[in-house]
Design a protein around this ligand. Structure first.
Ligand code: PMP
Length: 387
């Protein structure tokens, strides 16, 4: 048998896939994988339908259709005061995943060190390794999951080519404050490193919090590759429209990678996302309010069952820390038990660590209908009380 590329051949099936399969096998409510029950904004879906019927359906520009690139630049201008040139600093990709892959492959060469924070999103490490990069794993911890100087000092060095930073952070549901961003920015500048910033959750934030893009921190404009995803912004996760924003010397190389990953992305969906990004601010605030309502419903329900909930600041997720419950089982054991015995699927946060895992935290997705959340809560009541 031919030996296959070990970076990929030795990868396990992701926990999202494994848990979703277990949810199907057990006819369980799936609060594991992050996708909303809701079909998504109707006007944006209609805009996509209209663009399919009446618009252009051949290969669009490799960098993305001009109206979407302009809409992305204008959107970040309005929301964050960013001044992006839509023609040289914005690229459309097939999802945040492709954007991240293009960014990593554009920056990382064999032997380069790349700082990565755990819990880590599952696509980062294989792509860094495929590029020949050496991940330097740092460990974030509950309940705050914050960065600190000592941790960064232990990892940054003259070989640090890049740092991969996810904010808001999935699965921990943290929206990082300016203080942490400034700290990270200081290290990137001291060691001349590029920041690849995964901000796909940028609009899914609660309680009046502000998302601060790392690229807006002084000194970071020319060394940050900002990644976004319309899938998360509009709760249309299957559309896979992502964006890369970066200074021309960085974007130019990411574009060379993109041209051989996917080359281009469905033009009807791009047109609909352009329409969506131009919506007034109220649309985004309403979306946040509605999701925060679901978060609060699941939080209250879990708390009344006795689960210690680490309150979610953003994303579709909240986490619970099992350690005070005295269940005497790991997050993995708990998740496999509840999916088979109580028919609720959740994700063990230890799956987001490659080493030194935090093993007591479980992630639940709350972007679901009230009735779905309520039924899940009834079932979990049995899981915690009938042991
Ligand atoms: N990064 C993070 C942190 C995510 O949570 C996700 C989606 N789950 C992605 C990237 C991928 O985004 P997309 O679906 O647009 O590829």
């Amino acid at each position: 048998m031919t030996s296959m590329n070990k970076v990929f051949a030795d990868l396990p099936v992701t926990i999202f896939e494994a848990m979703s399969q277990a949810a199907r096998d057990n006819n369980a409510i799936n609060l594991g994988q992050g996708f909303p029950d809701d079909p998504g904004p109707e006007d944006i879906r209609k805009a996509a339908a209209d663009a399919s019927l009446n618009g252009y359906n051949q290969y669009p520009s490799m960098m993305g259709i001009p109206e979407l690139r302009q809409a992305i630049a204008a959107h970040y201008g309005r929301w964050h005061g960013l001044n992006l040139d839509p023609m040289t600093e914005v690229m459309v990709t097939s999802g945040g995943t492709e954007a991240l892959t293009a960014a990593i492959l554009a920056v990382v060469e064999p032997g380069d060190e790349v700082i990565v924070f755990q819990p880590v999103y599952d696509s980062y490490l294989p792509i860094i390794r495929q590029a020949g990069g050496i991940p330097r794993l740092l460990r974030l911890e509950p309940p705050d999951w914050r960065l600190n100087e000592e941790m960064l000092r232990s990892a940054f060095n003259h070989k640090t080519k890049a740092v991969l930073f996810n904010n808001p952070l999935n699965p921990a549901a943290v929206v990082y404050p300016r203080e942490d961003l400034e700290l990270l920015a200081r290290f990137c500048q001291e060691f001349d490193s590029v920041a690849i910033c995964d901000e796909v959750w940028e609009h899914v934030i609660f309680d009046g919090r502000e998302h601060i893009p790392l690229i807006t921190i002084p000194g970071m404009r020319d060394r940050t590759i900002k990644v976004g995803s319309a899938g998360k912004i509009f709760s249309l996760t299957g559309w896979k429209i992502g964006f890369v924003c970066a200074a021309p010397p960085l974007l130019r190389v990411a574009a060379k990678v993109h041209q051989f990953l996917t080359f281009t992305t469905a033009p009807n969906l791009q047109a609909a996302v352009a329409y969506g990004l131009n919506k007034p601010a109220e649309y985004f605030y309403d979306m946040r309010t509605e999701l925060a309502r679901s978060r609060d419903r699941l939080t209250k329900g879990l708390e009344s069952l006795g689960f210690p909930v680490l309150k979610s600041q953003g994303t579709y997720f909240l986490t619970v820390d099992l350690s005070p419950l005295g269940l005497n089982e790991t997050d993995q054991a708990f998740c496999w038990r509840i999916v088979s015995d109580y028919k609720v699927a959740a994700i063990p946060v230890s799956a987001f660590y490659e080493k030194d895992a935090v093993t007591s935290v479980v992630r639940f997705c709350f972007s679901k209908r009230d009735a779905t959340l309520d039924t899940a809560l009834e079932r979990l009541s049995d899981a915690i009380h009938r042991r």
